[in-house]
Write a protein that binds this ligand. Structure first.
Ligand code: MG
Ligand code: ZN
Length: 242
């Protein structure tokens, strides 16, 4: 069984980009430039601003280390990992923010892969953020998704590799946002989608004119997510070998 997690407002209750922007005093500049740059480039621009203000990578790490995770989300991640599930993050945030937060909460090692916008720290100590498609991967050509990341095309690749090995593994997809709708449409009847209740993905699923093949399970908070996820893992364990 494979569990694919969105990051912002799913693993983390807040949004990692918004967190750094507001905690590091960039809100005004962010709002000024919001209309002029795509989100991904805007975040790279924000990191340039921090660098020009003399803020270091350690300052960014300290800021990210203040991000709380719901204890039941941490517990759900650990339990799913211990039970033998393959956990991946699929997020439109960025590698540096996600890795730092997961490491700080001791769950980084539970994930086999983090698929997101790539980052690196340049020789001057500035954090650079790049689009997933266009640098790491070729353009995706999907109309639903922003140019930098189509989660649906990533899901298709994951599905291709999982059927190559002969055994088809069930996917549980957990998310909240509009960007999670494209991959949701690509899930099969044996799969599950867990949209966060009253968030955009949940509304899009409810109103969808295209039928959703996967089984839908709503959750409100970490406690409910943990309960549903463990129930799904345990009930599928009884039917088939993971
Ligand atoms: Mg999200
Ligand atoms: Zn897409």
């Amino acid at each position: 069984m494979m569990i694919i997690w969105d990051f912002d407002r799913t693993i983390m209750d807040d949004d990692s980009d918004r967190w750094v922007v507001s905690e590091m005093g960039l809100t005004q500049l962010f709002n000024q430039l919001r209309e002029t740059l795509p989100w991904n480039s805007l975040m790279d621009r924000m990191m340039a601003e921090l660098h020009s203000q003399g803020k270091t990578i350690d300052d960014i790490i300290n800021c990210l280390n203040r991000v709380p995770l719901h204890p039941q989300i941490v517990s759900a991640i650990k339990s799913a990992h211990v039970l033998g599930c393959d956990l991946k993050v699929l997020s439109d945030a960025n590698r540096f923010f996600i890795e730092t937060i997961l490491k700080n909460h001791g769950v980084y090692g539970c994930f086999s892969e983090i698929i997101t916008n790539p980052t690196f720290v340049d020789e001057e100590g500035r954090l650079r953020i790049f689009p997933y498609h266009g640098s790491a991967m070729a353009p995706h050509g999907c109309n639903f998704c922003p140019p930098n990341l189509c989660k649906g095309s990533v899901l298709n690749q994951i599905q291709d590799t999982r059927s190559e090995n002969g055994k088809k593994r069930v996917i549980i997809y957990i998310g909240d946002g509009g960007g999670d709708f494209c991959p949701t449409l690509k899930l099969g009847e044996e799969d599950h989608v867990m949209p966060r209740k009253n968030f955009p993905l949940h509304h899009m699923i409810s109103k969808s004119s295209v039928p959703i093949k996967a089984q839908v399970h709503e959750w409100v908070d970490g406690e409910e997510l943990n309960k549903i996820l463990l129930w799904l893992i345990n009930s599928s364990e009884k039917q088939t070998i993971l």
